[in-house]
Design a protein around this ligand. Sequence first.
Ligand code: SF4
Length: 369
Amino acid sequence: MAETRSESRSGGGRGKGAEARRTAHLVESLCAWFEREARDLPWRRRRSGYRALVAETMLQQTQVSRVVERYVEFLRRFPTVRRLAAASEQEVLAAWQGLGYYRRARNLLQAARRIVRDHGGRVPRDAAELRRLPGVGRYTAAAIASIVYGRAEPLVDGNVRRVLARLEARDGGSGSSGGPAASWAWDRAAALVAAAPRPGVLNEAVMELGALVCTPAAPRCPRCPVAAHCRALRQGRQEEIPAPRPPPRRRCEHHHAVVVVRGEKVLLERRGSEGMWSSMWQVPTVEAERPLAGREIVRALAAAVASLEPRGSFEHRTTHRWITFHVFVAAGRLRRGRWCDPAQLAAAPMSNAQRRVLARARGGPDTGA
Ligand code: SF4
């Protein structure tokens, strides 16, 4: 019996040793690959806590290609955390145009003000401190702490979760951000980070691999630096893991956007301070659960409008909504809003959907942005 226990202990020790060597190899291969293949992205050229906070906030729900354009412009306008903290909400929303999910811009502004007020203008280095800032969650805090300040903080986003699940042939689906699959991924990411001499490089390497090689569909396994360690590849299941998430349930809405024109001026009004697109500018818009008839729209606007000229419709999807925008042009009187000339119109913070409304009303190209 004693011999058996002893064998079992040494067998377990060998297993642990092999797993530790595999983890060390993974870390080494990923970091070496990242150093060779990393994309030249503007937030990688010059690192600082503030720059990382801006980039990570933008990247939360926007594609890298779009963030690349807007990040440089945003930093030109607000080059330091103090400059951002001193800006008005309307200025920041205007600079955020085209990125969507404007709550992020408000949170970023609040975070900048908090950093100036409570941290002497220096972005905290500690992940727990970072998480106290508005809009900074577990992922963003870990990204800043590890990538900029070299702290051994694991991070998990969609790319990381997919790469780790495939490397370990771990079933269980993508899961929700708080489910068991996510919790497993955080534990696995922590094990990799613990073995990494440079945690930030490792974190970026796993994300980059997910973005460039271990893509959701058709992963490029022959080009993968860790193919030799990949259990999903060995089992031929790399395209089945992780199981797809069910599509989000979206509420259907109909927004009737009325472009009222006087000469070269257009009437805009500001949305309320709560809910979607809060505090942004828009043409007078009536929201309903079904398409409305012309007279219902006029009644809802409480306007003396002679006629509504339809200019077609388009679909706009958000995470939780499926909105059909019905576009109209009208001449008439409304006792609300503000008449904006072309320069004011260009500078007003407006959602992409409202920009599409204006383009349709003018008969110009509707880019669908
Ligand atoms: Fe992803 Fe293929 Fe690399 Fe495995 S071998 S990590 S499935 S790209």
